[in-house]
Ligand binder design. Structure first.
Ligand code: C2E
Ligand code: CA
Ligand code: CA
Length: 425
């Protein structure tokens, strides 16, 4: 595609394939400002994108997307437009199952954009990022180029993967198709390995490795989650023992669904599993997501206190995303506070997020809890956390979740990176 459309942007430019359509994302720009639209299209052409379409209003964009199902890869959307605005457009596209990526463009300032990002977080749209207007070519490129990695891997236009059913889960359980991958949490001051978080995957015979967001919710709603939690606890404990035999001594964190915690007797069951496996409660950290904890059932509170009394580690996961984070801190004797990744990556230059990150870490310290930042993706994230005095870090910068047998190799690589990342002892 070239910029040879109507430069005023008044008429929609069709989305055409370039020489190698597969290698080029089809980008659709929507903005009510004709000058801005033409300028951004030229900018994208200038940095090598060959499939750029424009739309002067949300209605035009909607018509183009509806007319080319599955063919728009990235929508660059102005938020403030007369008539149907950007937020309304995205709501309609979400409802209609638009499967491309979305980049928000706005002149409304970070707080507005962040609120919209949160709104979109609850939709199925894939948000690639948000930029202030006018956006630079470099900034756009960084977000656009994420489209291939961020979008679910499927051919353009193909239907989304079908949802699983309870029967699928029962087969998976009967056939032992669950597997745990492990992601390290490391000490920010020394770089030492503090623990490994166990994250469940489903080795599906046809679909390959299925991620937990596609089956944990289903397992909770059909009552299978307890069996799966028990399996995860046994498997994690067995893995600790295997690592020990191989000379690696570490604790493991297991995610526990609120549904399991609400069942009376959960604490006793976990303790029994630990005894059966000849391990200690101190070997385990149980990560609980506080957004689900907010129901505050007496049973969950009792289970949590009993687990703590038995010396299990208790982690409040995704801290900052729920509705009663502070009440949870008041009522539950957590040992670890895990700041949600939404407050971690890119916090240094974010005037809203950074004070929340610093506040959470300061609060953990004063409450005698270990602070953990998840979603540490860059060296800059890592350095900021060191400056703030956070205890532990976890995220792609350190390691992606990996199979248990890759942990030794990761440790070797990490020990080489470590000296440059921590102050000399
Ligand atoms: P979570 O407990 O908050 O786990 C962290 C998620 O963030 C993991 O996704 C992990 O792969 C991802 N992650 C780690 N580092 C980074 C990073 O630097 N950047 C980004 N963008 N993401 C990062 P995963 O494995 O898909 O797990 C998703 C959620 O599924 C978990 O969120 C947890 O709530 C749930 N889950 C996983 N395993 C279990 C389990 O055994 N039982 C229960 N009940 N829930 C589980
Ligand atoms: Ca977790
Ligand atoms: Ca988390």
């Amino acid at each position: 595609m070239t910029t040879s459309g109507d430069p005023s942007g008044q008429a929609p430019r069709a989305l055409e394939a370039g020489e190698d359509p597969a290698a080029q994302p089809a980008i659709l720009l929507v903005d009510d400002d004709a000058f801005m639209l033409a300028a951004q299209a030229m900018l994208l052409d200038g940095i090598g994108y060959r499939r750029v379409g424009t739309a002067i209003s949300a209605d035009v964009a909607l018509a183009l997307i509806r007319g080319n199902p599955g063919r728009v890869d990235v929508l660059v959307c102005d938020l403030n437009m007369p008539g149907m605005d950007g937020i309304e457009l995205l709501r309609v596209l979400d409802a209609e199952g638009y499967a491309g990526g979305v980049i928000l463009l706005s002149g409304e300032g970070t707080r507005v954009v962040q609120t919209v990002q949160r709104l979109l977080g609850r939709s199925r749209l894939v948000l690639l990022g948000a930029l202030d207007k006018p956006a630079s070519g470099e900034a756009l490129r960084a977000l656009i180029d994420a489209w291939q990695t961020r979008l679910p891997a499927r051919p353009p236009g193909a239907p989304a993967a079908p949802a699983f059913t309870e029967a699928d889960l029962r087969v998976a359980h009967a056939e032992a198709q669950w597997v745990l991958h492990y992601q390290p949490k490391v000490d920010l001051a020394s770089g030492a390995l503090a623990s490994l978080e166990a994250l469940m995957r489903w080795r599906h015979p046809v679909q390959g490795l299925v991620m937990p967001d596609r089956f944990i919710g289903l397992a909770e709603s059909c009552g299978l989650i307890d069996t799966m939690t028990d399996w995860a606890l046994r498997e994690a404990l067995a893995q600790i023992a295997r690592w020990r035999t191989g000379g690696l001594s570490t604790r493991v964190a297991v995610n526990v669904s609120m549904d399991s915690l609400a069942a009376p007797g959960f604490a006793g069951r976990v303790a029994a599993i630990v005894r059966e496996m000849a391990m200690q409660p101190q070997d385990l950290i149980l990560e609980v997501t506080e957004s689900k904890l907010s129901a505050h059932a007496v049973a969950s509170l009792e289970n949590l206190v009993r687990l703590r009394v038995k010396r299990f580690g208790l982690s409040i996961d995704d801290f900052g995303t729920g509705h009663s984070s502070l009440a949870q801190l008041r009522d539950v004797p957590f040992t670890e506070l895990k700041v949600d990744r939404g407050f971690v990556h890119g916090a240094r230059d974010n005037a809203v997020v950074r004070p929340i990150l610093e506040g959470s870490i300061g609060m953990a310290r004063r409450l005698g809890m270990q602070s953990v930042a998840e979603g540490v993706e860059t060296e800059d994230d890592w350095r900021l956390l060191q400056e703030i005095g956070c205890d532990l870090a976890q995220g792609y910068f350190i390691a992606r979740p990996m199979e248990a047998n890759l942990v030794h190799a990761w440790l070797e690589g990490w020990s080489e990176r470590r000296p440059a990342l921590v102050p000399p002892a």
